[in-house]
Design a protein around this ligand. Structure first.
Ligand SMILES: NC(=O)C1=CN([C@@H]2O[C@H](COP(=O)(O)OP(=O)(O)OC[C@H]3O[C@@H](n4cnc5c(N)ncnc54)[C@H](OP(=O)(O)O)[C@@H]3O)[C@@H](O)[C@H]2O)C=CC1
Ligand SMILES: O=CCCC(=O)O
Length: 332
């Protein structure tokens, strides 16, 4: 799809009221060949590592975007790009046609949607709420029920892809819920992402996201073990990374994170605390259907150990430090 964008660029036409975003590339909006358009005002709640670049891409595409963030100063760069500000999620929702939310975890996603001055208070028939945070299916259903009780529509749409894909508009949306809202926001998803899946009922998007991140969390631990073993047996770790990149277990994550892990540097793209949250939620999901996931359970213990070493806000690749600490404690 990225290649298709090169051949068929997206066209953004801002109007006086709201956003008239015309996606002229049928490859990016295959369910409406010949182009689809979104008309209306767009709200964005939560301007962290992911939310800020996603909202920024919507503004750059010509959308009329209104933002809110708990820490207000994080709105400033978006306001400089032309965003409007409202003082609460409820006010954003009542002034916008569709509101996106990118919050840290189930607790914050539920609070921002359903709490006092939360988005639900500003919702009404004809409006839509799209939660792109990574949460569990139970939380997503709770948010969905509260939003739809106002007559508004709800779509869960967690994303694969990290800080750089968010900046580059190359995320992967794993959506579920109201299909007409999905179709309505397709042009917006295609500004922020390179692909999208519609998975049916609310909960399926959350479950898909947790499965993907469960695999990713275990892969990272296995990679970290490999790097430490390589070092112990005298192999050059950068050569190990290069050899991996040529073979069947090649993954962009290894080439991207490996060189900085060798240098014990963990610039944050995906915070370790969020990876541990996703493993915790995946374990609960597996428990709910009596599915054993012992490798993920072991990986989760290492992320918990890394958090207790003060690494919660570092990149999740810092989990390697928990393995190093294990070696040190076994030598004492
Ligand atoms: N980073 C990544 O690579 C990816 C992250 N995700 C998921 O996306 C979500 C956001 O991640 P990311 O942007 O990295 O996280 P950040 O920690 O950078 O941002 C979290 C956001 O949630 C807000 N927040 C936290 N607690 C509350 C609360 N109690 N009330 C209101 N707002 C709150 C923060 O506000 P404040 O600024 O005030 O702290 C901030 O806007 C998470 O669910 C994560 O798992 C998904 C894909 C990739
Ligand atoms: O939830 C975070 C996912 C990070 C990624 O897909 O690279």
């Amino acid at each position: 799809m990225a290649a298709a964008f090169l051949l068929c660029p997206r066209v953004a036409l801002p109007l006086r009221r709201g956003c008239r975003l015309v996606v002229s590339c049928s490859a990016s909006s295959s369910d409406a060949p010949g182009g689809v358009e979104f008309q209306g005002r767009v709200g964005f709640l939560g301007l962290g590592i992911m939310g800020a670049p996603m909202a920024s891409n919507l503004i750059k595409a010509g959308c009329d975007v209104t933002v809110w963030n708990r820490t207000k100063s994080k709105c400033d760069p978006l306001l400089s790009l032309g965003a409007k500000f409202e003082a609460s999620p409820a006010r954003v929702a009542s002034s916008c046609d569709v509101t996106f939310a990118m919050l840290a975890d189930p607790e914050s996603a539920a609070e921002v949607a359903c709490g006092t001055n939360g988005a639900a208070e500003g919702m009404a028939p004809g409006k839509g709420y799209v939660d792109v945070s990574t949460v569990d299916d139970v939380t997503s259903k709770l948010i969905g029920e509260r939003i739809t009780s106002t007559g508004a529509s709800f779509l869960e749409a967690p994303v694969s892809g990290s800080k750089k894909p968010a900046e580059d508009g190359l995320l992967i949306f794993l959506t579920a819920g109201d299909e007409s809202l999905y179709k309505r926001v397709t042009p917006l998803l295609d500004v922020m992402g390179k692909s999208r899946f519609f998975l049916g009922d609310v909960g399926n998007g959350a479950a898909m996201k947790l499965v993907v991140n469960m695999i990713m969390g275990s892969m990272m631990v296995s990679f970290a073990e490999g790097l430490l073993l390589s070092e112990k047996v005298g192999l050059d770790r950068n050569t190990v990374i290069e050899a991996i990149s040529q073979g069947a277990i090649n993954a962009p994550m290894f080439s991207l994170k490996g060189p900085s892990m060798v240098k014990a540097s963990y610039p944050t793209a995906f915070p370790l605390k969020h990876q541990q949250k996703d493993l915790r939620l995946a374990l609960a999901l597996a428990e709910s259907v009596s599915q054993p996931i012992p490798t993920a359970a072991a990986a989760n213990e290492l992320y918990k150990a890394a958090k207790s070493l003060g690494l919660a806000n570092q990149d999740f690749s810092a989990v390697i430090e928990a393995l190093k600490a294990k070696v040190q404690s076994s030598q004492q």
